[in-house]
Design a protein. Structure first.
Lengths: 180, 138
């Protein structure tokens, strides 16, 4: 509860601040709080990822961007009423959706009744791996994980192409390569 | 970026332990929380930390941009190659059972190999993106 209150306070801070440097730092704090929430929910591996990617790497990347651009956000030219309405309406729909969710950690939900019991019972017999998360991720659902890695790969390649653009091939009879 | 002596000493003390922690997360992922993704981002964060404290050139001397960019597809190649090997050994794609006499042990070996692929791609991607951002301002 304390963590969630802090999250809300930081979100308000991010919305109200115009200094982007402070916003980036608050974003890092938000990620660390989110990592703490993940630890409370017993998802230590997600917390580790959140702390190092959300608070570490993406904060650094954001600061790198800030060094290339201005650090002060310009005043908005439109009234914020429509975005506020959209945000509040979406939030209300999501909160309404949580009323139909089963209680946290309930064992008789469809999620926990489908294939999860099989994994929990047979992980050690099938793979000798006591950590079921790892055996599901890499063995039972290895193909999905391959897809995830391909997603990381694709995103990385796309960003690198956008940022580097080392050579561009000029269309023409000679197809000369120009180095920038 | 030459900063205080405090930062430099802290980094020197912290980085080796954090890199070892990344390896621990990687190879202990079978028993505790963690795995290739987590180890990859922790290792990449440490390389980026090093680059911030000691300068981009120092970091690129240890991890050349060429190598880092090569790591991005190399991890996929490891992951997909493990699948191809299991096909060549007469099983389904990404079924690691034939890697050892005991099918369960084969699964464990396969998981370790695949996690190395994940580690290589994830850390390579993170560091490559950081390099291309950091190299832009100059």
């Amino acid at each position: 509860m304390v963590l969630l209150t802090l999250l809300a306070a930081i979100t308000i801070g991010i919305v109200r601040l115009r200094n982007l440097f402070a916003v980036v730092v608050l974003g890092g704090i938000y990620s660390f709080l989110m990592a703490s929430v993940m630890i409370v929910l017993d998802a230590v591996d997600v917390a580790m990822t959140e702390a190092s990617v959300g608070a570490g790497i993406s904060t650094v990347l954001m600061l790198g961007v800030l060094s290339l651009t201005k650090t002060q956000e310009t005043e908005p030219v439109h009234t914020p009423l429509l975005p506020v309405f959209v945000a509040v309406a979406t939030g209300a729909v999501l909160v309404f959706g949580t009323f139909a969710l089963p209680p946290f950690g309930a064992a008789d939900t469809p999620v926990n009744l489908h294939v999860a019991p099989y994994y929990l019972e047979n992980s050690i017999r099938d793979t000798l791996v006591p950590n079921v998360v790892t055996s599901v991720l890499a063995s039972y659902r290895g193909f999905d994980t391959l897809g995830e890695v391909v997603v990381v790969f694709t995103a990385g390649i796309a960003v690198l192409m956008l940022l580097k653009g080392k050579r561009d091939i000029k269309p023409g009879p000679k197809r000369r390569r120009v180095h920038r | 970026m030459k900063l205080d002596v405090i930062f430099r000493v802290t980094a020197k003390i912290l980085i080796p332990f954090a890199l070892v922690f990344a390896l621990y997360v990687q190879f202990h992922g079978d028993f505790g929380p963690g795995g290739g993704f987590q180890a990859g981002v922790v290792a990449a964060a440490m390389i980026i930390f090093y680059a911030i404290i000691f300068g981009l050139e120092a970091a690129q001397k240890v991890f050349p941009p060429r190598l880092v960019e090569l790591m991005v597809p190399a991890g996929i190649a490891i992951f997909a190659g493990v699948g191809v090997i299991s096909m060549l050994l007469g099983e389904n794609y990404l079924n690691y059972s034939p890697f050892a006499a005991n099918p369960a042990l084969g699964q464990e070996y396969g998981i370790i190999l695949v996690e190395i692929g994940v580690l290589v791609t994830v850390s390579g991607t993170m560091v490559a993106i950081f390099y291309s951002f950091a190299g832009r301002g100059r």
